[in-house]
Design a protein around this ligand. Structure first.
Ligand code: PBG
Length: 323
């Protein structure tokens, strides 16, 4: 068979027809909204490099969380800043830090909203690397121990899911063991498993004040040309106890999302990162593209590739558009 019997355009004739045959749909249930917390009181400071994003102190962050929950978005991903940075990122495991306080405030105001926390040292170290340094090299195993303590502090404060984004080897196993030892057997781990050394994190590093002072992250984050290696990272993370696998960034790595979805039977998350977000916004601002349409196209592409969870700064806008 073929033309003229087959006419694929028949199924595209009207909006309703297209709706009927759509293979994928982004729903509000898929979305995760990132939030940034910082020390202090009554702080709500715009993040210059990221439209619509703010550093918010724990005492007032519940207002933002309520808005997210009311939109039906199931989860927030929480990032924090310390009051001061040092070589080993001491404040990353401070029980009175901004993140633990923010977790408690959000859980008190919105008990059903899932709180996911980013677990990484880069915002807490004065050198800006995701692990600790010795003689200019990242000390993998020492870093894992510190990250596990950070995750434990978050779990104690009430985090539902911890999300290590450091890319040290073995950190999932160390973290799972530490959480279990302390009774947090139900705290889930969403691993930034295939996190690439990407230029698309530019705006975020401004937000987290976390650009590495010297060097880059290429000795721990993945090299963009690699795809098989992402499968190795994911396999290891699953063996070590990860519950959810993440690919980051999103759109430049749709093939990785697709391979992960086909190969592993756990939820796959995609992080539509700051640079992807701001690139669309900048193009829209310049009058080059339709922002709402481009936003939904980005999100449905992540879904089509196989991401059941989409972390995006567009979560609130998308939720409004979907409903
Ligand atoms: C911290 C971290 C980064 C992002 C999430 N967690 C930055 C980085 O690794 O440089 C990026 C998020 C974004 O760009 O939206 N390790």
């Amino acid at each position: 068979m073929g033309f003229p019997v087959n006419r694929p355009r028949r199924l595209r004739t009207t909006e309703t027809m297209r709706r009927l045959v759509a293979e994928n749909q982004v729903t509000v249930n898929d979305l995760v909204y990132p939030l940034f917390t910082c020390p202090g009181t009554n702080v709500k400071e715009p993040i210059g490099s990221m439209d619509g994003c703010f550093h918010i102190s724990p005492d007032i962050i519940a207002e933002e969380a309520k808005e997210v929950a009311e939109l039906g978005i199931p989860a927030v991903l929480l990032f924090g800043l310390p009051s001061k940075k040092d070589a080993v990122g001491s404040e990353s495991a401070d029980v009175n830090g901004a993140v633990p306080q923010a977790i408690k405030a959000i859980k008190a105001a919105c008990p059903d909203l899932l709180v996911i926390t980013d677990v990484c040292l880069c915002a807490y170290t004065d050198h800006g690397h995701c692990g600790v340094l010795k003689d200019g090299r990242i000390e993998n195993d020492t870093s894992c121990g510190l990250l596990a303590e950070m995750a434990l502090v978050h779990a104690r404060a009430g985090a539902d899911i911890v999300a290590p984004s450091d890319m040290m080897d073995g950190r999932i196993g160390v973290m799972r063991k530490r959480l279990d030892e302390e009774g947090f057997v139900d705290t889930a781990i969403m691993s930034y498993s295939a996190k690439y050394a990407s230029a698309f994190y530019g705006p975020f590093r401004d937000a987290a004040h976390s650009a590495p002072g010297k060097g880059d992250r290429k000795s721990y984050q993945m090299d963009p040309p690699n795809s098989d290696e992402a499968m190795v990272e994911m396999e290891l993370d699953l063996q070590e106890g990860a519950d959810i696998l993440m690919v980051k960034p999103g759109l430049p790595y749709l093939d990785i999302i697709c391979r992960a979805r086909q190969r592993f039977d756990v939820p796959v998350a995609a992080y539509h990162v700051s640079g992807e977000y701001m690139a669309v916004n900048a193009a829209a601002e310049a009058g080059l593209i339709d922002k709402q349409a481009a936003m939904m196209e980005c999100l449905v592409s992540l879904k089509r590739a196989g991401a059941g969870i989409i972390i995006t700064y567009y979560a609130k806008e998308a939720a409004r558009q979907i409903s």
